[in-house]
Each structure stands twice: as structure tokens, then as C-alpha cells.
Ligand binder design. Structure first.
Ligand SMILES: [Mg+2]
Length: 188
């Protein structure tokens, strides 16, 4: 269904341990490695006309461990590995450290998702949030999206609650992508 009739829909994506392997406070683009299956899944989601939006907490900036420029260089490398520029409609990063006065955008807050939805006129009810942490699922649920827990690297102490709250738990990227496409097809 054309976007101009129904409003746009998106897949909001966590970055670390969802799109790329998590290296804590990663600032070196040479260390960027895609998660298994991410490349094909992203290509298929783009092919299905989803806007793709990265929603990422990057507190390493607020902690003074990495710069915003380094975060962006990692993003650029990730896009290159995924096959080119402009794969993502936009990025929403929160650079704040938990507990500081500027952390109100940090996941589990839905604010970054809501900001992107407002900027890009995204229909949140027909959109999805995918991530590997409880805070990703909470943010997506609070924004009114369907949520997918990609269970490749979920912290052990978050697994039970994140699984309970997610709309779907996917053990790998192909299963996550297939479920999203199946849900989306129900609206056609
Ligand atoms: Mg993550």
C-alpha cells in the first residue's frame, strides 16, 4: 500500500548487538562487524518499503570515552557494510549517561522513537521496534509499536522479562524479518 495513502511505517532498530556486534563504547570503525543475517534482513525490509530508523543509547559520549564523531564513523561503517549510504532514514542517538539531567531520551523512554515518528510522519501502530535489550522492548511498547526481541545476545537477567513483554521473540534475524513481513502483510 502506498505510503501517501496510509502513512509511513518503520522498523526502529537498536544498533549494538542488533545490527552490529556490541563492542562497549565502540569508536573505531575498523572493529565494526555486522550481526549474522542482518544484511539480508535489512535489504528485505527496505524492499518491503519500511523506513529504517536507528534508535541507540550511546552513553560512551556522555562518559567522555568516545566522541559523537566516532559514533557517526561507526554508523557510516555499518551502512557501508550493509551495502551503501542512506539505508537509514535517520538516526536517533542518546549520548547521555544514565541519571544525568539530559538522559530523558534514553531507552526505555519512547522519546527517540516518537521524535523520529514526528519528523518523518511515521504511523507508530504499524511500525516495529527490534532490539536485544529489555529497554528496547519497553521503549517500543511505550511508543505503541509492535516489538521484536532479537535473542542472539540478551543479558541473562533481562531475558525473562523482555521475552514476556515483546510481541515476538526471534532467535535469529531471518525469523525476526519474516515475522515483521508477515505482520505487515495483514494490513494489505
Ligand atoms: Mg543493543
Amino acid at each position: 500500500m502506498p505510503h501517501d495513502i496510509m502513512g509511513k511505517y518503520a522498523v526502529f532498530l537498536d544498533r549494538d548487538d542488533t545490527l552490529i556486534e556490541n563492542v562497549p563504547y565502540l569508536g573505531d570503525p575498523k572493529l565494526v562487524k555486522l550481526m549474522p543475517g542482518a544484511s539480508t534482513a535489512i535489504a528485505d525490509l527496505r524492499g518491503a518499503n519500511f523506513l529504517l530508523v536507528v534508535i541507540s543509547n550511546q552513553s560512551g559520549v556522555g562518559r567522555g570515552l568516545i566522541t559523537k564523531e566516532q559514533v557517526r564513523s561507526v554508523d557510516a561503517k555499518m551502512e557501508e557494510l550493509l551495502g551503501g549510504e542512506n539505508i537509514f532514514a535517520t538516526y536517533e542517538h542518546c549520548f547521555a549517561v544514565p541519571g544525568d539531567p539530559y538522559d530523558d531520551r534514553r531507552k526505555p523512554s519512547p522519546k527517540m522513537i516518537q521524535q523520529a515518528a514526528s519528523d518523518l510522519q511515521i504511523d507508530l501502530k504499524r511500525s516495529f521496534m527490534i532490539g536485544n535489550r529489555l529497554c528496547d522492548i519497553q521503549a517500543g511498547n511505550s511508543a505503541g509499536c509492535k516489538t521484536v526481541l532479537l535473542s542472539l545476545h540478551v543479558p541473562t537477567n533481562e531475558m525473562q522479562e523482555a521475552s514476556r513483554l515483546a510481541s515476538f521473540v526471534a532467535s535469529d534475524w531471518p525469523k525476526a524479518k519474516d515475522w515483521i513481513l508477515e505482520q505487515a502483510s495483514k494490513h494489505k
